[in-house]
Ligand binder design. Structure first.
Ligand code: XIL
Length: 353
């Protein structure tokens, strides 16, 4: 790991001197094509991942080939969420998630499990039934035990709780907070650990990249959970950036303070959207957004993975959610790499042995 840190200093110096990521040298005749993200990340001792859209994985050959070639971890974009795994109470559907786990095994990839406790994408039977707090706590316990047990030994990281704080650092209103109080977080980690003691258990959120009220709230929570012996082991930064808001500062300092508390860190859902149409300035700003987070990860000691929330604009969630925005991933809709792809590749190459 120390080698990577030393190489990383060189990396940052190089980038500072050149004012930006070096562009990849084109393949010369008789020379092999530039190496892909997965191989370069291996050399830099980092896992690189993508969220996977299961319909695309089944139907789109070029997409499927790229998932296997470019990435060493996969995350289910939707199929491990509660609404997908238990659509009716007591009726589980693991089929799609199992297909992803099988794909990962066949391609020697690790799986990031996403996500056990969230305010979104819960089944209607959970949100629309009038459970007492005692009943709801049991419903949540059973869900976590069932799902983590189903995937025991097959999931590397679990995003145990997702998006539990508001940007100002206050607790986010949710069915869990309202009925169970903040103690649901400690419970969730304990249940997940009980069901798979070997999985690494993460907190996960957005707008928590740098030092901020939100990341301060996580820092205080982790200290408290650690003091109570709760098995919280990872701090996940989604990394949904947008060129119009700029690149967050203090990212490395933030990673380091969580690592000092004994946590691993990870970027879990990186994309960098832009107001459409794209232009060369936005495209360059996007490349810088991707590399700023990757550089922080490479310079930290325990940042173990960097995951894209989809790698191609063909299937990105962004246009459907952010009106007028898009082009948020490193490959365009035809699966051609954009400057962001070259920037990621060059950053990994500089950091690798
Ligand atoms: C998104 C998926 O990408 C969409 O397909 C789905 O419709 C909604 O959820 N933060 C998260 C992810 O933690 O689970 C979200 O994924 C994106 C924001």
């Amino acid at each position: 790991m120390r080698v990577r840190v030393l190489a990383g200093v060189v990396l940052l110096t190089t980038l500072t001197l050149t004012g930006g990521p070096a562009t990849a040298s084109p393949a010369k005749p008789g020379h092999p094509a530039p190496t892909g993200l997965r191989t370069l990340a291996d050399r830099a001792d980092l896992r690189i991942g993508t969220a996977v859209d299961m319909a695309a994985l089944a139907d789109d050959d070029a997409y499927r080939a790229a998932v296997g070639r470019e990435f060493s971890t996969v995350t289910a974009e939707n199929v491990m969420k509660w609404e997908a795994t238990e659509p009716q109470q007591g009726v589980h559907d693991w089929a799609a998630a199992d297909r992803l786990v099988d794909f990962a095994r066949a391609h020697r990839q690790k799986v990031r499990g996403h996500t056990l406790v969230w305010h979104n994408q819960n089944p209607a039977w959970v949100t629309e039934q009038a459970f007492t707090p005692t009943q709801l706590r049991e419903v949540l316990r059973k869900h976590i035990i069932d799902e983590v047990t189903h995937f025991r030994g097959k999931v590397w990281h679990w995003d145990v709780v997702n998006e539990i704080f508001n940007d100002d650092g206050t607790w986010r209103d949710s069915i869990w907070l309202r009925n169970l109080g903040p103690g649901y977080v400690a419970d969730a980690f304990r249940w997940a650990h009980q069901a798979d003691p070997k999985a690494t258990l993460f907190l996960n959120d957005y707008n928590n990249e740098g030092l901020s009220a939100k990341s301060d709230a996580y820092y205080a929570l982790v200290k408290q959970l650690k003091a109570q012996g709760v098995p919280v082991q990872g701090y996940g930064i989604q990394g949904h950036l947008a060129v119009q808001y700029g690149v967050p500062g203090d990212v490395l300092a933030n990673l380091r303070r969580f690592e000092k508390l004994g946590l691993q860190t990870a970027f879990t859902e990186v994309d960098v959207r832009m107001p459409l149409p794209a232009d060369p300035i936005k495209v360059q700003a996007q490349a810088q957004g991707f590399t700023a987070l990757l550089q922080a990860c490479l310079l930290a000691d325990k940042c173990v993975s960097y995951t894209l929330w989809g790698f191609t604009d063909r299937y990105s969630w962004v246009p459907g959610v952010f009106a007028g925005e898009g082009s948020a991933t490193p490959y365009d809709e035809n699966l051609n790499p954009k400057p962001a792809y070259a920037a990621l590749r060059d950053t990994l190459a500089l950091a690798g042995r």
